[in-house]
Design a binder for this molecule. Sequence first.
Ligand code: ZN
Length: 160
Amino acid sequence: MQIAAQKVVSIEYTLKDTDGKVLDTSDGGEPLHYLHGASNIVVGLEKALEGKNEGDSVEVTVQPDDAYGQRQENAIRKMPIRKIAADRRAVVGQRYQAMTTEGPRIVTVLSVSGDYCTVDANHPLAGMVLNFAVKVVGIRDASEEEIAHGHVHTPGGHNH
Ligand code: ZN
């Protein structure tokens, strides 16, 4: 079976930046299960995996435009702390969910001043060139429900 749209693919992966620093890995944990063709993973990696078989290893360098996009300077903004933390305590460096004009976003607090904080709504990996090393460890047909939902339902992992 080859990787194509409407297949559930299981991968072991390590993601490094251009300096070789590990940003994320499945090493020591469960493989990642995703629905191919449904934008569950970054587009550059999805393209590189198209047509691969179980057991294949893939190494791919993905540019920001095919990953998490470029950093936007206007994504750094000031907002009332109560908008991100119900207890009005924001900690510098921590991530919070904030409602922005573009919808809910995960933001990182850069600084705090009185009742306001300055946050960065860029994805932490925005603007970065990403090096993925991936091994395909499973491929199966997606169920109709998974295709309709656009994501994988693993046993016990369906929480919506
Ligand atoms: Zn679902």
